[in-house]
Design a protein around this ligand. Structure first.
Ligand code: SF4
Length: 207
């Protein structure tokens, strides 16, 4: 593995893709603030010395035996929707070659703000699942926790979650289990009743 250029990595049953280190958020809990030499996936150096080209993304993915993995997950150490056009190209190439692996993106849900256009239709026929970090139950708390660069990020994230549900079989929205029980329940209502997505309370991973 080339130092400072980990494009893909195995974790659990899945293969993960690290397309960018750019992010429009600066979350209090971001693992990028807090790398340790512990035993997590982040012991890989996921800081990229430069962004891989779309051809390098594809070549890195195809260097693995994809039949070994349950999911191909676009996430990485940054917000993957910065690379939405290149990621779509990569998936199209793979599908054209007959690849059938389950595809997922983990995102902060503000890719339409980042790209200045509605990116939800881009997920059609390319992704089996999108997982979006809901994080909390109000825009005020979201701003304080995630420090988004653009105004209106909380509403934009919820709008994207609803919109992308028209194009992918499963939209999941997540919170971590360290928030108060009442907030967990408020988020469940937002996810299930307001958005119509699948709710997941994730175990917090320190680093
Ligand atoms: S959205 Fe993700 S990568 Fe970006 S700052 Fe938050 S936790 Fe870190």
């Amino acid at each position: 593995m080339e130092k400072g250029f980990t494009i893909t990595y195995e974790y659990g049953d899945n293969l993960y893709v690290n397309p960018t280190n750019r992010c429009n958020f600066n979350c209090e809990f971001c693992l990028r603030h807090n790398q340790s030499s512990g035993g997590s996936i982040y012991t890989h150096n996921l800081w990229l010395k430069r962004e891989p080209s779309k051809e390098e993304l594809l070549a890195s993915i195809e260097s693995w035996d994809l039949s070994k993995y349950k999911q191909l997950v676009f996430v990485g150490f940054g917000e993957p929707t910065y690379r939405i056009d290149d990621i779509c190209w990569v998936i199209d190439q793979m599908k054209a070659r007959g690849e059938k692996i389950f595809t997922r993106m983990d995102t902060n849900g503000t890719g339409s703000l980042i790209n200045g256009r509605d990116i939800a239709p881009d997920f059609a026929g390319r992704f089996d699942m999108v997982s979006i970090s809901l994080n909390t139950d109000t825009a005020e708390k979201y701003e304080a926790l995630c420090h988004p660069a653009q105004p209106g990020a909380y509403q934009a994230m919820k709008d994207f979650a609803r919109e992308v549900g028209k194009y992918v079989p499963t939209v999941m929205m997540t919170v971590v289990d360290t928030i108060p029980a009442e907030e967990i329940e408020n988020c469940r209502k937002i996810c299930e009743d307001e958005i119509g997505a699948t709710y997941r309370v994730r175990e917090y991973i320190a680093d």
